[in-house]
Design a binder for this molecule. Structure first.
Ligand SMILES: [Zn+2]
Length: 189
């Protein structure tokens, strides 16, 4: 087997050196309409890893990235009341949901994931599309569960932020407090 990051020989998904590098992300924050979106990596750094979500082996890559970044975040997290980690649109593709894998790593005292709570009803692909297109073609999120605690939104990538803001607005309209968003990578970097 070869390391998914540097292609050197390893028995694991990532070699020892890459595991170490990826375990020390430098979080970036982006603020959109007063809402904070924290990302762990620059998109350009881990582009190939992000794209693995369209294939079966992406399951192992996302599992590892969830451990390197999200699990570490959860360890440093402290909150006085119950908070949910809510993956944006965690429908299953290719046998797994990559956003559910990320949210699943967010477990700590007063923090746990909530699955199948928010789903897009539009399947239009945003890949390569500009902000105008994205705004003209909303995801039309539907809330599928009663959400009784504030939430942290979870996604793999923030590009224009349209999806995250739409998810946030849908939840807020339903009376759910949305604290911030956590994503693997910011497309700006
Ligand atoms: Zn490597």
């Amino acid at each position: 087997m070869f390391c998914a990051f540097c292609k050197s020989f390893t028995l694991n998904t990532f070699c020892k050196i890459c595991s170490q590098i990826l375990s020390e992300p430098s979080p970036i924050v982006r603020e959109l309409e007063g809402f904070k979106i924290y990302s762990f990596y620059g998109y350009s750094e881990i582009k190939e890893l992000i794209h693995s979500k369209h294939q079966m082996h992406g399951y192992f890559i996302y599992k590892n990235l969830a451990k390197f970044a999200f699990k570490k975040f959860a360890k440093s997290f402290s909150f006085p009341e119950q908070v949910y980690a809510l993956p944006i649109d965690d429908r299953v593709h290719h046998g797994y949901s990559h956003t559910a894998i990320l949210a699943n790593a967010l477990r700590a005292k007063n923090l746990k994931p909530i699955f199948h709570a928010l789903q897009a009803t539009s399947n239009i692909s945003y890949s390569g599309k500009d902000l105008q297109f994205r705004q003209n073609n909303p995801r039309n999120f539907k809330i599928l569960k009663k959400i009784t605690a504030p939430v942290i939104l979870v996604d793999d990538i923030v590009t224009t932020g349209t999806t995250i803001l739409e998810a946030k607005n849908t939840l807020e309209k339903a009376g759910v407090k949305v604290l911030f968003a956590l994503v693997l990578a910011d497309a700006k970097y």
